[in-house]
Design a protein around this ligand. Sequence first.
Ligand code: R5P
Length: 324
Amino acid sequence: MARKPARPATLGDLSVFSGCAHLPLAEAVAGALGVELGKRELERFPDGECHVQILESVRGRDVFVVQPTGPPVEANLLELLLLVDACRRAGSARVTAVIPYFGYARQDRRASGREPVAARLIADLIHAAGVDRVVAVDLHSPALEGCFSVPLEHVTAVPLLAEPLRRLALGGNCVVVAPDLGAARLADRYARLLSLPVAIVHKTRISGREVTTRGVTGNVDGHQPLIVDDMISTGGTIEAAVRALAQAGALPVTAVVATHGLFSGDAAERLAAVGARRVIVTDSVAPPTAIRLPIEVVSIAPMLARAIQNLHENRSLGDVVAHA
Ligand code: R5P
């Protein structure tokens, strides 16, 4: 691999750039930091290639590129890589990729034969582009850190998402439900914050859109479930969990909470159809506009801004964000 240009010895002021993935979030982060979003040009050539140009000097600066790699995943990922490369070649002192939602995170192992470990490959591409450090929010699995050969700051939105739940004044018969085994630790974090018990739905994925369940561990009979997950994509996982909980005697679902609300395809309709009327997500990806499901969106912009400020000033992240 060709060597990237050397970094300047000193670290200048901070700059924040973004691709097109989620401009309102990047603007909110920049605003909270009291800076303007860095000027850049991003266009598509007629053959579909993406072209990026940084329109202001970043020489010697501490650059943060805020770009979730949600749908369209490949386009958003490529914008991130090109922005990082452009900043590095323009002489920035350090480049941190702030990736509020990390696409391909679920492909972190070979579930069966003859598959790639896509998450590892994407992490390698980000490294190859010249990133010094990555900030990510509620990754599908904390073990993903092992995919990155640059330092990863894995921060969590769980305490932020727990706030609106507290305001619901949950009754004593509430139970936090992990809709699959992978979400058990996440459910445990919510349960500790809210002083509630945990139950786990046993899920098997059949395809990208369909899942099946094999019962529930934990007492949900007569309880109000609060389903928590790292992400909602097709809604299949939540739909199956709601059905499994009803079969196990649970009351209607109180709320569905997830850090990343992708709402792919007819996810909203699927959730509405099973009676999931209170859905709370963050703005790690652009919230959907035209869906018939009331969604409460909690902004992670202030948290990302504090993380950026602390990283820029070489201060610990411990006092501003809980580690996942
Ligand atoms: C899977 O392990 C994840 O934690 C989520 O449960 C899953 O990716 C959600 O996807 P979908 O909404 O398509 O079921």
